[in-house]
Design a binder for this molecule. Structure first.
Ligand code: G3H
Length: 489
């Protein structure tokens, strides 16, 4: 077992001898997918939370600290030192990604490489931002030197499905813009932070990055309560985000950088290319077992092509290969959350009781901590699988006659991240794209929904997000424009 017994506060890697939380893995080399012990992490509370907060506050030192006042090129040097050390840990981190969250080998490698690229791209964009701010503007006799400055102390909480990439998509831009940070990894995908603790410690001045372990409620809530955090950066669910936001005594002054739930639909028009549509819907609904905020979580298919789509799609779902993450060609892997198959089962039972059917032969088959993806049709609005963000292997399907039906449902939805639109006729597609872009933030044409490439804006309307995350936008989300002005006199 990997017993992680350290935390990083105020530039010191401190030993931990208190209570611990066990970390389980649901993969194994012995063909059993029941949770087995993988290691443990410190179970921290209010005392350590306050310690980390004090360290972050004193490193920021009301804007006078060494980090928020450091020259751009020196900050970049610190980050380069960090990323070089991170690159040397690739093999170890990829292995932990597979064992901790069951992500396939190619996807784990991609998550690591994408994160390294994200850091280098962020540095390049940061250099450009600095070059731009070196220019003076002049309007009506007033010169201005406009630049971007830090916001203060940032609390970062990442998700389990991208414990490296999405966590770092919050943390890295927050750090580079001159903020000081407190970071708590997700409950799955937490041991993989261990190999990076020393790199964080030796790359940045003390107190710039503080890393705590434990439950969000125990660690993050006491920090928020003090009212001394300037930014809440979280990728996860709105329940946690709201609960933490509510703890802050001046929550209306808090900057929120949030990536939350989504219920991205696929809309299949009668002239859609069926090979491509099936292929993209498989990737969209079931990559990483559907545990992605960008996953397709409801499919709307036009009546004329419904039979053909359902036949081909269900066949394709049952042809997917299940196994351990390192096995060749594996697309479905055990679920990392112990209660997840039971939750998916509840959604299936509810839908069946209200008149849906499981269309694929293997749908709902269970073994250990896995449940085979169930294709459900016809799904109605009163079913839980229609109303909830399933975040797992289950695919609700609805058919429609008129395009207004899915459009109306999207407008009524609490979410507004992305949509996938499948069809060919440009005269039909063009106006539809304009309408869809007013309901969500990204319209994917004949392709599944996804966050990347990471240079594109990643955000959402309504309850799906606050602020924008991408290489370019995140630097802005974690900073504020400030300027020096003087008159031409
Ligand atoms: O969980 C939400 C992620 O942002 C999904 O990212 O589209 O790259 O898989 P992805």
């Amino acid at each position: 077992p990997i017993d992680q017994r350290q935390y990083l506060v105020g530039g010191e890697l401190k030993p931990w001898s208190g209570a611990v939380t066990e970390v389980y893995s649901t993969i194994s080399s012995e063909e059993s997918y029941a949770p087995t012990l993988l290691g443990s992490i410190p179970d921290m509370g209010e005392a350590e939370a306050n310690e980390a907060l004090q360290a972050a506050l004193s490193a920021y030192d009301k804007g006078k600290g060494a980090w928020p006042t450091m020259k751009v090129r020196d900050r970049i040097e610190c980050m380069e030192k960090f990323v070089r050390q991170m690159e040397s840990k690739r093999e170890e981190i990829v292995k932990l990604l597979m064992w901790e969250i069951g992500k396939s080998l190619p996807d784990s490698q991609k998550e690591f490489d994408r994160t390294v690229e994200y850091i280098y791209d962020t540095l390049e964009d940061y250099r450009q931002l600095d070059r731009n701010s070196a220019k003076f503007q002049k309007h009506d006799g007033v010169y201005a030197h406009i630049r971007r400055g830090p916001l203060g102390v940032v609390l970062c909480l990442g998700p389990y499905n991208y414990p490296l990439n999405e966590t770092f998509a919050l943390l890295i831009p927050a750090i580079i813009m001159g903020n000081t940070t407190i970071f708590k990894p997700a409950k799955h995908g937490v041991l993989l932070i261990t190999p990076l603790l020393e790199a964080f410690q030796n790359s940045f001045p003390k107190g710039v990055v503080n890393i705590l372990f434990g439950r969000g409620r125990a660690v993050a809530a006491p920090i928020m309560k003090t009212g001394k955090v300037d930014v809440l950066a979280l990728i996860g669910n709105s329940k946690s985000a709201n609960a933490l936001q509510d703890q802050h005594p001046k929550s209306n002054r808090l900057r929120l950088v949030l990536g939350l739930e989504a219920k991205n639909p696929a809309i299949i028009l009668p002239d859609a290319d069926m090979d491509l549509t099936v292929q993209e819907c498989i990737a969209g609904t079931l990559s990483f077992n559907g545990q992605r905020c960008t996953a397709l979580k409801v499919v709307y298919v036009q009546e004329e092509v419904k039979e053909e789509f359902l036949k081909r799609f269900t066949r394709a779902v049952d042809a997917l290969k299940f196994g351990n993450p390192w096995e060749e060609g594996v697309k479905l892997t055990p679920l990392p959350e112990p209660g997840k198959p039971d939750y998916i089962q509840e959604l299936i039972d509810d839908a069946l009781a209200k008149g849906a059917k499981i269309l694929n032969e293997k749908g709902g088959q269970r073994f250990d901590n896995f449940i085979w993806p169930a294709v459900l049709y016809p799904v109605t609005k009163d079913m839980r699988v229609y109303q909830e963000e399933q975040f797992g292997p289950i695919i609700p399907i609805r058919s429609f006659e008129e395009i207004e039906e899915p459009l109306d449902e999207m407008a009524e939805s609490n979410y507004g991240q992305q949509v996938s639109l499948f069809g060919k006729d440009v005269y039909t597609l063009a106006p539809l794209i304009d309408t869809l872009a007013n309901l969500v933030c990204r319209v994917n044409l004949n392709s599944s929904c996804q966050r990347g490439p990471d240079v594109y804006p990643f955000t959402g309307r309504k309850d799906s997000a606050q602020s924008t995350l991408s290489v370019h936008d995140a630097l802005r989300s974690f900073s504020i424009r400030t300027f020096v002005a003087f008159k031409d006199n």
